[in-house]
Write a protein that binds this ligand. Structure first.
Ligand SMILES: Cc1cc2nc3c(=O)[nH]c(=O)nc-3n(C[C@H](O)[C@H](O)[C@H](O)COP(=O)(O)O)c2cc1C
Length: 371
C-alpha cells in the first residue's frame, strides 16, 4: 500500500505535464484545429461567402421533401461533429442539406477520458471514446436561435451521464421542451455506447417511457416537429424489428440507423493497435460499419414496407456508398467520419457524384416509361 500511493502520485504528476503535449499530437487536437478554422471562417467577413462559392455546384437532384420538410440536399452531417450548434452556417456553406446537432445533454458535461478520438487510417475508421462532451442545452439554444438559413437543423438529444437510467425520460423532456421552437426535427438518441457507462435501452416500455411525454408535449404545439429514434448497429435483428414496430405503432416519425458500434470485427489495423484500442470502451465509426448499417436500413425499410423515412448513416464515404444507402431504403444519408477525415472537398465530390447518379437514374426511368 505504502509503495503504491507514491507511485500513483508520481504518475499523475508526470501525466499532468505530458497530457497537454500528448493532446497536441492527438486526433482530438487535429479535429479541434479544423473546428477552429471553421469558427474563424464564420467570423471573418466574406469567409462563409467564399466557402459557399467554392461549394456551389449543380445538385438539383439531391433535394427531397421528407417529414413534411424540404431538404435542399439528401446528404447531411451526422451527430457528433457539432455538439453545441456552432457550425450550422458553415455546414450550409459546405453544401450539406441538413445538420444534426448534438448529442445535446441538459447540463454541460466534459469527457472523462483523454484523448477521446483515434484514427484507424487503414480502416477508414474512427474510434471515439468517453462521455459525450456538450456545453448543455442553454448554450446550444444561444448558438442556434438566430439561424435563419436554408438547411434543416435536427437536434439529437440524450440524458446526462450523471442522470440515473430510471430518470432518463425527464432529461429527454428537459431538452425537448426548450429546443422545440428552434429545431426542425428531433433525434432521440438511445445508442449511447462510447463510454464505459453505455445507455442503450432496448426494452419497449423503457423506450416508450422516453417517447410518450415527447408525443404529449408535441400534441399541444402549433408546429409539428418530427421525432426520430437513433439506434445502435449492435442490436440483434429482433431488436431492430422491435424498434421498427415502435415506429409503426406510435407517432414516431422515423429512424436514424446507425450509431457507432462497440464491435471491433473486420479491422485491417495491426493486431497490437486494435488490441490496445479494443480494451478501451468506445464506439467505432466509418467503413467497418457500412455493411451492418445497410443491413439494418434494409430490414427497417422492408418491415415498414417503405412507408417511413429512414436516415441512413455508417461508413458513407463516396457517392456510390450514399447511393447504396438510398437503394437500401434510406431517404436521407448522414456523413460524419468521412467529413472528419477529408473535409468539404469530399462532401463536394460526394454531392456531385450522387447528383449525377440520381440524374441518370431519373433519365433511365423516363425512357423506360416512354418505351
Ligand atoms: C467523433 C464522433 C463523435 C460522435 N458523436 C456522436 C454523438 O454525440 N451522438 C450520436 O448520436 N452519434 C455520434 N456519432 C455517431 C455518428 O453520428 C454516426 O452515427 C456514426 O459515426 C456512423 O456514421 P459515419 O460512419 O459516417 O461516421 C459520432 C461519431 C463520431 C465519428
Amino acid at each position: 500500500m505504502c509503495d503504491y500511493v507514491p507511485t500513483l502520485n508520481r504518475m499523475s504528476a508526470i501525466d499532468s505535464i505530458l497530457n497537454p503535449i500528448r493532446y497536441i499530437f492527438s486526433d482530438d487536437f487535429t479535429l479541434r484545429v479544423a473546428q477552429w478554422r471553421l469558427a474563424l471562417l464564420s467570423r471573418i467577413p466574406m469567409g462563409l461567402a467564399l466557402m459557399r462559392k467554392r461549394n456551389t455546384i449543380p445538385t438539383s437532384h439531391l433535394s427531397l421533401e421528407a417529414f413534411g420538410m424540404k431538404f435542399p440536399s439528401r446528404i447531411g452531417l451526422g451527430a457528433g461533429y457539432d455538439r453545441n450548434g456552432e457550425f450550422v452556417k458553415a455546414m450550409e456553406a459546405t453544401g450539406f442539406g441538413f445538420i444534426e446537432i448534438g448529442t445535446i445533454t441538459p447540463k454541460p458535461q466534459k469527457s472523462d477520458t483523454a484523448p477521446a478520438l483515434h484514427r484507424l487510417e487503414n480502416d477508414r475508421a474512427l474510434l471515439y471514446c468517453g462521455q459525450t462532451q456538450c456545453d448543455g442545452v442553454e448554450r446550444v439554444i444561444e448558438n442556434i436561435k438566430q439561424y435563419r438559413g436554408n438547411i434543416i437543423v435536427g437536434c439529437n438529444i440524450a440524458k446526462n451521464d450523471s442522470t440515473a437510467d430510471d430518470d432518463a425520460p425527464q432529461d429527454y423532456l428537459r431538452l425537448f421542451r426548450p429546443l422545440y421552437q428552434y429545431a426542425d426535427y428531433f433525434t432521440v438518441n438511445i445508442a449511447r455506447n462510447s463510454s464505459a457507462k453505455p445507455y442503450v435501452p432496448t426494452n419497449r416500455d423503457e423506450i416508450m417511457a422516453i417517447l410518450t411525454p415527447l408525443f404529449e408535449f408535441r400534441r399541444g404545439q402549433n408546429q409539428y416537429r418530427p421525432i426520430l429514434l437513433k439506434i445502435s448497429p449492435d442490436l440483434s435483428d429482433e431488436q431492430v424489428d422491435l424498434m421498427t414496430d415502435i415506429m409503426i405503432d406510435t407517432p414516431l416519425d422515423g429512424i436514424v440507423a446507425c450509431a457507432g458500434t462497440v464491435g471491433r470485427h473486420g479491422l485491417e489495423n495491426s493486431t497490437s493497435t486494435v488490441h490496445a484500442l479494443g480494451r478501451k470502451a468506445g464506439a467505432l465509426s466509418g467503413a467497418p460499419l457500412r455493411e451492418r448499417a445497410l443491413e439494418v436500413v434494409r430490414r427497417i425499410h422492408d418491415r415498414a414496407q417503405g412507408t417511413y423515412p429512414i436516415i441512413g448513416c455508417g461508413g458513407i464515404s463516396t457517392a456510390d456508398d450514399a447511393l447504396a444507402m438510398l437503394e437500401a431504403g434510406a431517404s436521407l444519408v448522414q456523413v460524419t467520419t468521412e467529413y472528419i477525415y477529408n473535409g468539404e472537398r469530399s462532401i463536394r465530390d460526394m454531392r456531385a457524384g450522387l447528383n449525377e447518379r440520381l440524374r441518370k437514374a431519373q433519365q433511365r426511368q423516363k425512357s423506360d416509361a416512354t418505351e
